[in-house]
Design a protein around this ligand. Structure first.
Ligand SMILES: [Zn+2]
Length: 244
């Protein structure tokens, strides 16, 4: 086995940890966005409550106008009633006055109802706004936690990158280059254990001769799996038979 193998194994261990952390770090922007979407329900409630309030205010205005119009009309008829000549015309005016006053009363009732409804709408707006504020505080807290976790993970990557440098230092340049090239094609793996006569990277058989070579004392030979191309190493002890 090549003397750099233990360092390659360490390098790969660190590389896998870095890759897992980076994959996790990529999910953080999404997690922040998801936290924000938790507010959309509460925001929509505020918009709906405000719309309800606006509508009831419009209605209130409308009934105010109604009351005023019917009052004006009753007054107009009363003013006219002093000037009528016939009993019939007088009666007709009295009828109109009574009718206008009934309409005033009706419009005032409606106005009162709308006023109560708009007070209720105001309460709903306050309630929805309070809910939103509460949700915003919860989401802000959650986002802070996500950011803290993200910072921690970034720090872990930093320290692993330093570990990587330490693992890399004793590895000859040509072996580094080979490892990098293989790892790029194999999801970050450059080495694989040969165990029970199999490459653990792909499961294919490793030639007995290769296994034998792998078990030899440290040398400067690199053996690669013939199927997947990963650099092979073995942790199996040297069988006594090979010494005989
Ligand atoms: Zn293989």
């Amino acid at each position: 086995m090549h003397s750099a193998i233990p360092h390659l194994i360490e390098l790969q261990r660190v590389d896998h940890l870095i890759a897992a952390l980076r994959t996790e770090l990529e999910t953080f922007p999404k997690r922040v966005r998801e936290a924000d979407t938790k507010l959309s329900g509460a925001k929509a409630s505020v918009v709906a409550a405000k719309e309800g309030l606006l509508n009831s205010q419009k209605e209130r205005k409308k009934f105010e106008l109604d009351v005023q119009q019917w009052k004006d009309r009753a007054k107009k008829y009363r003013d006219q009633s002093g000037a009528v000549k016939t009993n019939e015309a007088y009666k007709a005016l009295q009828h109109e006055i009574a009718n206008a006053e009934a309409e005033v009363a009706k419009a005032e009732d409606a106005q009162l109802e709308v006023m109560m409804a708009s007070e209720e709408a105001e309460r709903r707006v306050r309630h929805a706004e309070a809910n939103l504020k509460e949700d915003e505080q919860a989401v802000a807290k959650e986002k802070k936690e996500i950011e803290a976790l993200q910072t921690e993970k970034k720090k872990q990557v930093e320290s692993l990158l330093a570990e990587r440098e330490r693992a890399l230092a004793p590895i000859p340049q040509d072996v580094r280059d080979l490892y990098d090239r293989i790892a790029k094609r194999h999801h970050g793996s450059g080495v694989a254990e040969a165990r029970d006569g199999q490459c653990r990277g792909c499961g294919m058989r490793v030639l007995p001769h290769t296994l034998q070579e792998l078990r030899r004392e440290p040398n400067e030979e690199i053996y690669r799996c013939e199927s997947c191309g990963l650099i092979l190493y073995t942790l199996e002890p040297i069988p006594l038979a090979t010494h005989s």
